[in-house]
Write a protein that binds this ligand. Sequence first.
Ligand code: ADP
Ligand code: NI
Length: 212
Amino acid sequence: MNKLLEKVELHVKAQFIGQEGSHDWQHIDRVRRTALGLQKQEGGDPLVIELAALLHDISDHKYNGGDFEEGQKVVLKLLSQFDCPEELAIKVAAVVSVVSFKGALVMDSPTSLEGQIVRDADRLDAIGAIGIARAFAYGGSRNRALYLPEVQPTLHNSKEAYAQDQGHTINHFYEKLLLLKDRMETESAQKLANERHAFMLQFLKQFKAEWS
Ligand code: ADP
Ligand code: NI
């Protein structure tokens, strides 16, 4: 394995091991594996993709007090400490800066093929059976209700409004998870998203049938 990748992996693993199940080392590792799988179909620079996948949640706004810009700064600083060539570090930081979802009505920033691949891989991990498990793990970690039928979903038009929402976890499906299928940018991810999307619809149907 490339020395730089090895150092980054060790650093990220140490930071994420034992974190809550929606954002733990296993999430990072799944996104890395999915992204490298997409790269085989779609092309793109595998080193940029793997580094960005490993680093994509290194300073997530949900965990750093709400700063959406911090991630790319942390990536640049860390990669320079690991003697990464500056040109490579800039490419990786640019990918990390565009991965996060910022609201139903907020368009995703245009990005490189490597950025599309890592963003698609992160979003594939947010849908399907694993996505459902992660949503309730995250909701649990923030003491959110599973479902409050009287509280309707909001389609957020700014990243600030999206980040401040305190709603119940079923709303998160309508505010983000069910929208991801149509936001996949690579063809290979679009194909993988269909089955996962259908499974979430089935889950919601069953959940609501049991509720009522
Ligand atoms: P992003 O930066 O696009 O939000 P992440 O990889 O950080 O992507 O992970 C997002 C995951 O966090 C989602 O898959 C979801 O499970 C969880 N999550 C985020 N916000 C909420 C929420 N309000 N309710 C439930 N889960 C949430
Ligand atoms: Ni992620």
